[in-house]
Design a binder for this molecule. Structure first.
Ligand code: T4K
Length: 374
């Protein structure tokens, strides 16, 4: 029996490499609260991303919540976003006391449909939170123009896009702020972790306070903050993984190329379009199954793969607007493209050391579903 293949598998540095990185923590006994690893990692990220401010967090979700909170939007004001995302994006908006207003997505790259944004803006709108879903880059220029015209803030949920550039520039540098997730399942990780990048020094300072109880010194607490700090072991993992990132992305690319070789042009299967000007990180490999043409629907493919111990995932189904915790609040039917995509999409296993032999096998199983024409 072949081994179980999960949708992803954390990249790991060599055990010795990580041990060497954390060795000094045993001497210093300084384990968190802006220690030496944290400061080094922050500097390394600024260099790698060519960005002026990086604030590290315990995880991506708290990074997103904190930056929304730090912008002091009027309570109850509206934020335009998409429901085709992980729970985190929508929950962060709601948990900050704001109202998500869902915009539909485009059917070729699943990012926010910028042509629909202006129709959703009213005098209660304060921000746009687009998602670079799967590492696909939103229409940065159009979103910026709309935001400037209507005096709105733009916070990118860039959770999936670490290592992605658009016209040579990291996604860290677009909008008023960008949030990365460094969760274990991401192309680049710190076990759990996240960061906010922004140009505004004052905002960066404020994020630093809010993630540390609002404290500015032993006797000064200017903000009502919480605890969202990255610890030294997380930062050490980041330092190690950053050394191997480009190599990892190259390995992911060969996996994606192999998937594309097998699946491009198959009737009833749509793959993400490649985006002009974008250097990708190959974070996910989503596939849309059109049952009328393919002869099997997404769930049949999902179950057939599972029978072979291949655990693809339905990222992102259901839409966040259809979550039971929001029942009666939103109408998922108002974003018809997102609704259709969420019902037809499957993300296939993808990680740097997934063998091409396994990719061949996964594609064979998928294509065998096609033969069962209805
Ligand atoms: N915004 C967006 C758009 C996001 O996608 C996310 C997170 C966030 C914000 C929030 O960022 P964080 O607060 O998480 O930093 C996973 C991840 O936990 C989550 O980070 C990610 N998005 C989401 C898309 O995927 P689950 O519930 O699907 O994870 P789980 O535990 O089922 O793991 C998936 C597979 O990954 C496993 O089958 C095996 C592999 N895996 C998992 C873990 C935990 C590993 O190889 N190593 C591991 O340590 O959410």
């Amino acid at each position: 029996m072949d081994k179980k293949i999960m949708v992803t598998r954390s990249s790991m540095p060599d055990f010795e490499e990580y041990c060497n990185e954390i060795r000094e923590l045993w001497d210093s006994r300084w384990l968190t609260n802006n220690g030496t690893k944290h400061r080094l990692f922050e500097r390394q990220l600024k260099n790698y991303l060519h960005t002026p401010n990086v604030t590290l967090f315990a995880n991506g979700h708290l990074a997103l919540e904190t930056v929304i909170e730090a912008m002091d939007f009027p309570p109850g004001s509206e934020v335009i976003t998409t429901p085709f995302t992980f729970a985190s994006t929508t929950h962060a908006i709601v948990r900050c006391g704001l109202k998500p207003v869902f915009c539909d997505i485009k059917s070729d790259d699943y990012t926010i449909d910028e042509r629909l944004i202006e129709g959703l803006i009213n005098d209660k709108t304060s921000a746009i939170i687009p998602v670079h879903v799967y590492g696909n880059v939103c229409n940065i220029e159009a979103i910026q123009q709309i935001a400037e015209k209507h005096s709105l803030k733009v916070i990118y949920d860039a959770a999936h896009s670490f290592g992605v550039t658009y016209k040579g520039e990291s996604t860290a540098n677009f909008g008023d702020a960008a949030m990365f997730s460094f969760h274990a399942t991401k192309v680049f990780h710190t076990i759990e972790g996240g960061a906010v990048c922004c140009r505004d020094e004052e905002l960066a300072k404020k994020l630093g306070y809010i993630k540390n109880f609002g404290i500015d010194g032993p006797e000064s607490t200017p903000y009502i903050g919480g605890n969202a700090k990255m610890n030294e072991f997380q930062a050490a993992m980041g330092i190690c993984n950053l050394r191997h990132l480009q190599e990892d992305i190259a390995m992911r690319k060969s996996v994606v190329d192999r998937y594309r070789m097998h699946l491009t042009g198959v009737e009833g299967i749509s793959l993400c379009s490649e985006q002009a000007g974008v250097a990708h990180n190959y974070a996910y490999f989503p596939v849309v199954f059109h049952p009328a043409q393919f002869g099997a629907d997404r769930d049949e493919v999902f179950h057939t793969l599972a029978e072979h111990e291949i655990m693809a995932r339905k990222y992102f189904y259901p839409l966040t607007s259809a979550f039971e915790c929001y029942r009666g609040t939103f109408d998922p039917g108002r974003t018809p493209v997102a609704l259709e995509v969420s019902e037809k999409i499957l993300t296939l296993p993808l990680y740097s050391d997934l063998s091409l032999h396994d990719v061949d096998r996964i594609c064979d199983i998928i294509l065998s579903c096609k033969k069962q024409q209805k």
